[in-house]
Design a protein around this ligand. Structure first.
Ligand code: PFF
Length: 434
């Protein structure tokens, strides 16, 4: 079975797919609004410190876990000790729950691409957004359409589906982003947005910012859900992972910064507030697009960019479950994809209705959409990252010296993997659940 497992065509394809997994809604939708809610430049500074140092450890451990065991998540944990099988199962479970709300936002994006044909008729974007997310029929159809798009590529397999999608969508993403940044930087008073991003006001620092930055870092790097473990399991033996890990981190950080440089100058140029939360790209930005000549073209470009990023991440979320279902149940990828389409639809459809007919249906005082976001970002991802570090460090004996020639850095990695990162994940869990 292991010998029949697919592998990446080249190191470049692997890196592109892993960057495609990391760079997604987390960078363009979530990062700017979390930064906007957490004081701008100081948050960015904390985020950069965490992502460039601490996050390297679980990222390398997750890739190495997959690469060394050459199995999907459940098999990978089981191969360390059969008793750990249930720990591996948490990954596909997290994947199903994340996709169920991530794909709802993917559906919103499809709608926002299509509205550009009748863009001039919309004047009140805030009202439009709230009417749209309450329209049961529209949100269900678009959620299923987005799910179908991601399933389509995933079902075609590693080379013809995942590599193909990333090879086309990631360059498209980069080109559209460069165009939009050039546009944004030429707006009047664009420098105010840059000042907001890069001139820290240290009086604003608080503990909450560290947690928000760490939660964002895990989500954006796709750590703690098995996506990197699964992608790592397709690496051929001769492929090093230290350089790949740094490329993933640096590219992800680069794209998050670029997303900020694309969005904040535009927001400040039009005198709007950067802290409008999750509606930032769906309400604030369309309002800006509507005020510029040919705004519907800029808007279409922006939402196509967002769709490309969301699809490549969506594919990686699905791959965790497709690999687990097909290898455990010994069924074809296509069958696994069909099963997943059914399972995810069952959760994603109620999630998509959370703002309309099901808005009064709550779990832990949260709508289904917010509950799925909360349970995955604040509980399952830190829990999975904690479990990953403990099993990789204490049982699989992944050692830092495998990834660096420096004994000191290797020792730091070991301490980080066995003690520091697990302790931080426990703090994140405690605060998240409090
Ligand atoms: N990293 C993705 C983003 O920033 O949008 C989201 C994500 C993908 C989370 C894959 C988890 C995952 F396994």
């Amino acid at each position: 079975m292991e010998n029949n497992r697919p592998s990446w065509t080249s190191r470049c394809s692997f890196i592109l797919a892993a960057v495609g997994s990391a760079v997604g809604l987390g960078n363009i939708w979530r990062f700017p609004y979390i930064m906007g809610q957490n004081g701008g430049a100081v948050f960015l500074l904390i985020y950069l410190c965490l992502i460039l140092t601490l996050c390297f450890i679980p990222l390398v451990a997750e890739l190495a876990f997959g690469k060394f065991t050459k199995k999907e998540c459940i098999g990978a944990y089981e191969s360390v000790n059969p008793k750990f099988k249930f720990l591996g199962m948490l990954n596909p479970l997290t994947g199903i729950l994340i996709s169920s709300f991530y794909f709802v936002v993917g559906g919103w994006i499809i709608n926002y691409i299509l509205i550009n044909f009748s863009f001039s008729q919309i004047t009140d974007f805030s009202g439009y957004f709230s009417d749209f997310i309450q329209n049961s029929y529209a949100v269900c159809v678009y959620t299923l359409l987005f799910l179908f798009l991601c399933i389509f590529f995933t079902a075609r397999g590693i080379k013809k589906g995942i590599e193909f999608a990333n090879n086309i969508l990631m360059p498209l993403f980069a080109v559209i982003m460069v165009c939009l940044i050039s546009f944004s930087l030429t707006l009047p008073n664009a420098y105010l947005g840059l000042e907001y991003m890069f001139k820290p006001d240290f009086s604003k620092i608080n503990g909450q910012m560290f947690l928000a930055a760490l939660g964002q870092a895990l989500f954006t790097l796709s750590i703690g859900m098995g996506a990197l473990l699964t992608y790592g399991s397709y690496i051929k033996d001769d492929k090093g992972i230290t350089k790949s890990a740094y490329t993933i981190i640096l590219s992800d950080t680069f794209f998050a910064l670029m997303a900020g440089i694309m969005i904040f100058p535009a927001i400040f140029s039009f005198g709007l507030e950067p802290n409008s939360g999750a509606g930032l790209v769906f309400v604030t930005l369309p309002y800006i697009f509507a005020q510029i000549p040919n705004g519907n073209i800029v808007s279409a470009a922006f939402f196509i960019l967002l769709l490309a990023a969301a699809i490549t991440s969506g594919i990686s979320i699905l791959e965790v479950d497709v690999a687990a279902f097909s290898e455990r149940l010994k069924i074809s990828r296509k069958k696994a994809c069909t099963m997943l389409f059914g399972i995810i639809s069952l959760i994603a459809i109620p999630a998509s209705l959370s703002f309309g007919v099901l808005k009064d249906f709550t779990l832990l005082n949260k709508t289904i959409f917010d509950f799925l976001d909360f349970i995955t970002s604040s509980f399952l991802m830190p829990l999975n990252a904690f479990v990953l570090c403990i099993i990789a460090g204490w049982f699989l004996h992944i050692k830092g010296i495998l990834f660096t020639r420096s004994k000191f850095l290797g020792w730091l990695f070991d301490i980080g993997l066995k003690f520091v990162v697990p302790a931080i994940m426990l703090c994140l869990l405690y605060v998240g659940l409090k």
